[in-house]
Design a protein around this ligand. Structure first.
Ligand SMILES: [Zn+2]
Length: 228
């Protein structure tokens, strides 16, 4: 390395003062990349290698942190950490982008999420649409809840994901629904299911003593509301 270069001289001078500052930060980054030898200026630092190592290490760190975030539990179930996906690459409407993001990041108005506001224990955040006593997760909502089956069935059939498929569990089904091939179809299904959810919730409020299941189809619900 050319010792006469001003950055080299500044680096050595700053290091000799043993101050906390950019030189310490650089030492830390190089150690983090397992490239401490470069800090002695005897070995040239390959910036491409350093960048690749930093990206790799940070992706691992980010992935570990994701597992401790309740809102990202669905995301880590259905995504591969090595894969960076962007909904922007797909030709989706703003509404569909928003809904599918809310699905992935757990902000849909499902009991598992809304129960947090009232400090309800996780096991008590059950689905209010059916009598299964299951926690209303994203998985329950899009694949299991019997009162949404009428909306769900034709879409899953269209995606080739309806019913029991050998070797394909619900997590795998969600991965396939969010894959490139099915994403648009999934968005349309999700939009219809959220509309149905709104209507079923409304019906539950208007007819609190209504015998279930089921709360009824959208059409049935609409007719009853008109007759009020
Ligand atoms: Zn349910």
């Amino acid at each position: 390395m050319d010792e006469s270069r001003l950055p080299v001289q500044l680096f050595k001078w700053e290091r000799s003062l043993n101050h906390k500052g950019w030189v310490k930060d650089l030492d830390f980054i190089l150690a983090y990349c397992n490239m401490s030898e470069c800090a002695d200026l005897d070995v040239l630092c390959d910036l491409d290698v350093a960048e690749a190592r930093l990206k790799y290490l940070n992706r691992d760190k980010w992935w570990v942190e994701c597992h401790s975030k309740p809102k990202l539990r669905t995301y880590v179930q259905i995504h591969d950490k090595r894969e960076i996906r962007s909904l922007v690459k797909h030709n989706l409407s703003r509404k569909h982008r928003s809904q599918v993001s809310r699905f992935k990041f757990r902000t849909l108005p499902l009991s598992l999420e809304t129960g947090r506001y009232n400090d309800v224990e996780i096991e008590d955040r059950v689905c209010v649409l059916c009598a299964s006593n299951s926690v209303e997760t994203e998985e329950h909502f899009v694949l299991v809840c019997p009162n949404l089956e009428a909306v769900r069935k034709p879409h899953l059939q269209n995606m080739g994901l309806h019913g029991t498929i050998e070797g394909v569990d619900n997590i795998e089904k969600m991965k396939r629904m969010l894959g490139h091939e099915n994403l648009k179809k999934f968005c349309i299904m999700l939009e219809e299911m959220l509309e149905e959810l709104d209507l079923l919730d409304l019906r539950r409020v208007v007819f609190p003593n209504s015998d279930g299941p089921p709360y009824g189809s959208v059409l049935h619900t609409g007719v009853e509301l008109i007759n009020l």
